[in-house]
Write a protein that binds this ligand. Structure first.
Ligand code: ADP
Length: 502
């Protein structure tokens, strides 16, 4: 483990940002919670308080929804051309780029992830998301529809569809990629002309609040983006249930996803969900093991395993099982674990005490059910939420560690005999978010890709994201897709207009 970050190596603007109590963004203004309450966010590498943030609740959500409604119905946002909307989004992307180091540090401090990773992945991907979606703002088109109405013989119609913004959107995001998840959510909503109430996760509210400052600086009209910080059971639940919200977009656990569906039933608001996963990663015996082994390690250990699409079930063809197991265990041992702010850190702490207890609880449950750690399996140190990169073996299909999402750097490795037995094993999950296949045999690659029930299949790569590539889940991994053109459909309503002209 490296040494902890000292205040001297924190960017001065980040130090200033976390030193002051952080208000929320409602109707273009930075405001305290109606209750006056705040809540702490913690540095997961030490467990100490990092900053204090306004604790939004039902009343604050209501004010934010009112602001978003006014901005949608009456604000300049509705009258802006799509090109002007796109320009604002592009400007926001440029501002994010200009503040890359600051964002990387905020993510490292608040979430624990390696600052170098946030700088190379989270922050540029967030900027690119806004650019990609900015391009779509001018391309959200309907169609003309030829009609053949049987009961009005001779009549002629001009019929067309218009894709209109869905309205006021509530967006609830998780703590694993705080800035990037905000961008995935805001991008399509802004491109289509919606207005937004965003609720960041209580564990990691800081980068979204900094993003809010850049949104104001870019010149978005007031009320278009409102950011309410607070807890899930209070602020989040109030947003999901609010009768004047037209759509709720949620990323988080499957358990909370189900609560969101219930909460949304009151006004039948539209719902999209990006939920948990337990993704199979499959190595065939003909794979190039020099890329498959580090690839499989990165598939699970990237972001401390706190990715909903983490390759957490590793299936290896029997003939190469021992070699892969040894290889991935060596990869796990090589990883430099330390505070996110340390420039050499490759794997940071888990995000919170709760997540730490959850992950170590799963490892213990695995041991109790008969699994064994080929490597890892323990806490590192006694300060902060560090867990060793862990490879579990001797697992069985019905064990908790094979069935349930752990959300940490823990992979189960299992051998398989042939593709016929592999496919049902790989699909034996309540989830269906992602999957990986490593092979040199192009036919087998596409055959397995076809048979896996997952929203994303990576072949000879893993965790490859692009703003243009849709992402989302089969089964209990969610409803709908994020990113790509697919996401836009879920932020628009289709209006059919039919005009008789003869
Ligand atoms: P995790 O269990 O991994 O922390 P959650 O699904 O609890 O993930 O959290 C994801 C997001 O959902 C966070 O922003 C959290 O505040 C929010 N949330 C949690 N519970 C609720 C709820 N009952 N209603 C709405 N949002 C919630």
């Amino acid at each position: 483990m490296g040494t902890a970050a000292t205040s001297s190596n924190i960017h001065s603007s980040v130090a200033e940002f976390i030193a002051a109590r952080r208000p929320m963004l409602i109707n273009g203004k930075w405001v305290e919670a109606v209750s006056g309450k705040t809540f702490p966010t913690y540095d997961p590498s030490t467990g100490e308080v990092l900053a204090n943030v306004a604790e939004g609740d039902r009343e604050d959500i209501d004010l934010a929804v009112k602001a978003a409604r006014a901005a949608f119905d009456r604000g300049p946002w509705r009258r802006m051309t799509p090109s002007e909307r796109g320009k604002l989004m592009w400007k926001l992307a440029d501002l994010i780029d200009a503040h890359t180091q600051e964002f990387a540090e905020l993510e490292a401090l608040d979430n624990g992830k390696p600052m170098t990773v946030a700088r190379a992945a989270d922050v540029p991907l967030a900027a690119e998301m806004f650019r990609y979606m900015a391009g779509w703002a001018t391309k959200i088109e309907g169609s003309t529809i030829p009609l053949s109405v049987p009961y009005t013989p001779g009549a002629r119609y001009h019929a067309y569809t218009v894709r209109e913004p869905i309205g006021v959107v509530g967006q609830i995001i998780p703590w694993n990629f705080p800035l990037l998840m905000a961008a995935w959510k805001l991008g399509p909503a802004l491109a289509t002309g919606c207005t937004i109430v965003l609720k960041p996760a209580e564990q990691t509210p800081l980068s979204a609040l900094r993003l809010g400052e850049l949104i104001v600086e870019a010149g978005f009209p007031e009320g278009v983006v409102n950011i309410v910080t607070g807890y899930g059971e209070t602020a989040g639940a109030a947003l999901a249930a609010h009768p004047d919200v037209d759509k709720i977009a949620f990323t988080g656990s499957t358990e909370v996803g189900k609560l969101i569906v219930h909460a949304a039933a009151g006004n039948l608001k539209k719902v999209t969900l990006e939920l948990g996963g337990k993704s199979p990663n499959v190595i065939l015996k003909d794979a190039d093991l020099s890329t498959a082994i580090p690839g499989a390690a990165s598939a699970i250990f990237f972001n401390q395993g706190q990715c909903c699409c983490a390759g957490s079930r590793l299936y290896v063809e029997q003939a190469v099982y021992d070699e892969v197991l040894e290889g991935i265990s060596n990869e796990a041992k090589k990883i430099r674990v330390g505070p996110g702010m340390h420039p050499k850190t490759q794997l940071g702490p888990l995000v919170s005490d709760e997540q730490f207890k959850r992950v170590t609880g799963y490892i213990d449950a695995g041991f109790k059910e008969g699994a064994r750690a080929a490597t890892g399996g323990k806490q590192i140190g006694n300060k902060g939420y560090f867990v060793e990169p862990t490879v579990l073996v001797d697992t069985k299909a019905n064990m908790k560690v094979v069935q349930e999402e752990i959300g940490g750097p823990v992979v189960t490795a299992m051998p398989f005999q042939d593709l016929d037995s592999l496919v049902p094993m790989a699909n034996d999950s309540a989830y269906g978010l992602a999957a990986g296949i490593w092979t040199r045999d192009i036919a087998k690659a596409h055959q397995v890709a076809e048979e896996l029930r997952a929203g994303t299949v990576w072949i000879n790569c893993y965790n490859i994201f692009d703003a243009a590539l849709p992402f989302g889940g089969y089964k209990q991994s969610g409803w709908g897709r994020e990113m790509g053109e697919e996401a836009l459909r879920l932020y628009t309503e289709t209006k059919a207009v039919c005009a008789r002209y003869a």
